[in-house]
Ligand binder design. Structure first.
Ligand code: CA
Length: 238
């Protein structure tokens, strides 16, 4: 498996490279947008790690170029303060972001989760049944069960949950969720989303005030915990 890392900070680039190489990856490095674009045009890779602030341009442009060619997982490296950048990166097709500074073990866990998702992606499309924590999603029967008991969702709640389940483990932006569930005319109406997320949590979370299933990504959107993002996997990063 081959990864492309695009990052101008030498220390971060080296640490990502080393951790991926230790896990068996072949890694190609780029320091600038220009180098990265040249690489994208002439090489194949299975994963891209992209810093947003590059010396000669914006990593979001690179993400858009990668997405024209392929569906490989793209993980963004971003500073905590770059909320709008993260949103633009996700809207452009990135799958996830990791805030700097990050722990290598957590970074690798994210990489594994996305590679697994990529590998199983084709199957999941067809899959009619999913289990997220103690919640069962039965697409065939249009049924949702919590601890084995039926949960009645409204049409919109169901549509929203269906989209979250299809993208489990992935950060979805407000705009992506609104476009999918309410249509392109409503992408600015984040208050709908807040209300419906609260109502979904009320029905599905053990403690809606401390959600463990539907996670808020502050200023960005929401993420449904994937079945594979188990506490043990992220726990080992501690
Ligand atoms: Ca940078």
């Amino acid at each position: 498996m081959t990864a492309l890392i695009v990052e101008d900070d030498r220390n971060i680039r080296r640490s990502v490279c080393t951790s991926l190489e230790t896990s068996g990856w072949t890694v190609h490095e780029a320091e600038t947008l220009r180098q990265a674009l040249a690489h994208v045009r002439s090489n194949k890779f299975d994963l891209a790690i992209v810093d947003l602030g590059l010396p000669d341009g914006d990593g979001v442009d690179l993400i858009a170029s990668i997405r024209e060619e392929s569906q490989v997982p793209i993980i963004v490296l971003s500073a905590r303060s770059e909320e709008q950048h993260k949103v633009r990166a996700l809207d452009a097709g990135a799958d996830d972001y990791v805030e700097k500074p990050f722990r290598v073990a957590e970074f690798l866990a994210r990489v594994r989760a996305h590679m697994r998702r990529q590998r199983d992606g084709g199957k999941e499309e067809q899959q009619t049944f999913a289990l997220v924590g103690n919640v069962e999603f039965d697409r065939g029967a249009r049924a949702v069960r919590k601890d084995g008991k039926d949960v009645r969702l409204t049409k919109t709640q169901y549509k929203l949950f269906d989209f979250l389940v299809t993208n489990a483990g992935r950060v979805l932006t407000h705009r992506q969720l609104l476009r999918e569930v309410w249509g392109p005319g409503r992408v600015e109406h984040t208050q709908y989303l807040r209300v419906f997320m609260a109502s979904l949590r009320q029905k599905l979370e053990d403690d809606p005030a401390q959600p463990k299933l539907i996670i808020t990504e502050t200023g960005v959107g929401y993420r449904l915990m994937a079945a594979s993002d188990s506490a043990s996997e992220f726990g080992e990063a501690a």
